[in-house]
Design a protein around this ligand. Sequence first.
Ligand code: ZN
Length: 246
Amino acid sequence: MVVLGAGSAGATELLPSSFVLEQEGRPILLIDCGAGVLDAYRRQYQQLPEAVYISHPHMDHVADLEKLFIAACFNDKPAPRIYVPAAIVPRLTRMFDNHPGQLAEGGANFWQVLQLVAVDSGFWLAQHNFRVTPARHHQLDFSFSLSLPGRFFFTADTRPIPEVLHHLAAGGEPILHDVGLVANPSHTGIEDIKRDYDARLWPRLYLYHYYAEKDAALMEAEGFNVLRPRQRLILPAERASDVVTA
Ligand SMILES: [Zn+2]
């Protein structure tokens, strides 16, 4: 898992939180696509993403979908697939599908140039069975975690979700968790982590979505793992029982 950005919506010196899942050195899934993420992705891989997972429709996670749409309009490659939890498809469509004025030349539909894949509890990609579960962010059915059991759990923007992590991330996998120095009604703070999670879980947490590097350093000083841009997290190997052969 490659970290492109680890910042919050208010961060000025950090890219918005975004990750790339690689397999055998190839990028297979971009996770979230806020402002500046697409350029970072292109610098890293010299191509457009072929698949993107959108966790929720806040601009710091979706803004560059517009840029991706324009780039894909003039690209002869297959349409990038955009995996979107079904509950947020209407909102995302209202945000981006400015029919008919989206492209100056006309003739382009948003969910055609970018291929919408609406998902509920999960989806298949590169023969992996990804799981999608509701997080606790901002409002009901708004933000959705993404995971591959035993390999990684990405919380997406969320308040603490002990009822989920203690049951669905029980395979020793690293947990990429939204954490800032100070909690607010939509995000987790470092004090929430200490109160709501069993201390045995703490070493598996990799914190992201913070405001500034100085906050990262303070959380690190408390003994937590903190993710930084360009960092590469090596995930546990797939168990034989998880491997799906065609
Ligand atoms: Zn958010």
